[in-house]
Write a protein that binds this ligand. Sequence first.
Ligand SMILES: [Zn+2]
Length: 587
Amino acid sequence: MLYKNFIKEVILEIKKTIEKHLNFNLIEKAFGLDYEKIQSIQIELNNIENELDSVFKKIDVGLFTNIGKELEFTNTNEKSIELEISKTPKINGGVKTGKEQKVRNEFNSIFLNFLDIKSLLIDNFLKIKEIIGLRHLYLYLDDFSEIDLEAQKIFVDWFIAPLNNLSENFVKFKIASYRGRLYLGKIDISKIDFIHLDFFEAYNIYKSITRMEELALDYNQRLIENRTKLFFTNSNFYDNFDIKKAELHELLFDVSMNIPRKLGYILSYCYESNLIHGNKITKAAIGNAAQRYYEEITESYFKSNPYITRPFEDKINIANQTNLLDKIVNKQKFNKLTITKSRAKIFNVPNQPTSHFVVNDEFSNLLNNLELNGYLSTYNKIKDKSNISSTLFALDYGLCRKHNLNYGRPKDTDHRKYYSDSRFSLNHLIREHFNSTQVLKCSTGHEFDFELQKQFEIYDMNCPTCMKEGALNKCEVTVSNKELIEKIKDIEKTSLLQVNFDEFRILLALKQFSPVSLPSKKLGELTDFSYQFIAKRIPKLMELGFIEIDEEKSLVLKKEHYLITAKAKERVIDVVISNIEEKIKIK
Ligand SMILES: [Zn+2]
C-alpha cells in the first residue's frame, strides 16, 4: 500500500516540476514556444495523471482480489499443514515460505500487468521531449540508501530501471548511496557510471600508499581553497589557524578522510570553540572537534538507528558489532603499551601511533558494518608479512582520541613497514570474535562453525546435513543459540525480567524484523514454536505492554500482525543484550 502510493507521489511530483518549469518559460519565453505548444505539453502531462489514476485503481482491485484469495487459501489449508508439522517439523519452513513468496510474486505480477511505466511515463515524456526539444530530464535521488531493501527493490524494478533502460537516454538518474546499500536489480549496468567519493575507492588505482596520500592531501587543499574562495573574500582562511598550511591539510585529511560533510562539522565546532572567543584554531582544537564529532554524530547515530545504515547482506547484529569494536580498541591499547616498552627500531618514532591495523582480505568484509558507520576506514590494500592480500584499516581519528590512542602512520622510509608488524594483524581477533558469537544455522536448526562461511558460499549457503536427507535449506549467519540459551537462562535466574526464555524468543524475533509486524504463524516459524503456543503467549505480552497490534496491516491482510514496543526493547531486549556483552567482556 505504502510502496504503491510512494511511486504514485513520485510520478506526480515529476509532473508538477515539469509544469513549473513550463510556467517559468512561458514568462521568459526562453524556448520561444508558442501558446499552442505549451497547451499540447499540458495535455500530455494531464494524460500522465489520468492514466496514473486509472492504473492505480486497477492495481487496487487486482491486489485485493488476488492476494485476498491467496490468504483465504492459506486459511482453509491451515489444519492440514499443522498436522504435517507435528509429524515432520521440517516441512514447516518450506511450505510457508512458499506461500509468502507466492503473495510477493502476486504483488509483483499485478504491478507488471497494470503499471506499464513505458506507456504511462516514457512515451508521454518522449512526446514532451519532442515538443520542447529538451535533451535530458535529470532526476536526483539523494540519501537513497536510507530506504530499506524491500522498498528499494520495488522502486528500482518498477520505476528507475524502466526509465533508465527504455527512455532512450532522455531520463537520467543521479543516485547518492552508501556502498552496499544500493539495490541495482533490473537496471542496465552498462548504462551507469559509479563515482566513488571515499578516499580509498577514489584513489585505489594508485598502488603506492605514499602516492595515494599525496593525492588525498592535494584534494583536501583544493576542496578547502574552492570553498574558502566563496566565503573568505576579504580575509585569508589560513589566518584563522595557529598551524602551518601543510600540517593543517594533513590534519584535516586525517580527521575527516576527506568526507566534506564531516570536515564541515569539525570546522564549525572549531569556530565555536576558538574563533568566537577570539582565539586561533590549534591542533588540539581540531582534535577535540574530531572527538566531539565522533561522540555526537558517529556514536549516537549508530546507537539510535539500528535499522538504517547497514549493508543489506549484513545479518550480524548491532550489539555484536559494538562488541567487536571494543575488542579492536582494546587490542590497540594493548599494542600501545607493549610498543612503549619495545626496543625494536621500527617502533622508534615520535608518538608511536596505534590507529591503523591490518586484516586479511578474506575477513575484511566482516568490518563493512563498522566502516559504513564511520568507525573505521579502508586506508589501503597491502600484502601482509606472509604475502597475503590484506587491508590496512584506520580507526576514526575522534575515536582514537577518545580512547587515548595516537593517530598516524609513520611516513619516512625507515618506518614504512610500521603497521606490517604482526601485532597489528587482527585476523585472529576477528576470526575468534565471530566464531565465539556467530554461527551458521539452517532453518531446521543445524549449526556450523562461522569459520566455514566461505565454503558454504560456494554451495550457495545450502545446509549439508539437510542435503544428505534430500532437502534444501539455506544457512544464515546468526548468534549461536546454544550460547544464547545458556546466558539467558542465567539472566532469568538473577534478574527482574518479566518474561521467560520462550517469551523472550518471541520478542527477539519481533525485534529482528522490527519495524515490520508479523503474524503468529510467522512468529512460530522463526522460533520453532507451534502456532498455538505463540497464540497462548500473545495476551500476556500485550498486557505487559511488550507487543502491540499493527492496526493498518492487520486490517488489510485480515489477520492480526504484531509489533514489538519500545518498552520491550528497552526493558527486555537491551537488558539481555547488554548483559551478554558484559559476560563476553569478563571472558
Ligand atoms: Zn539443515
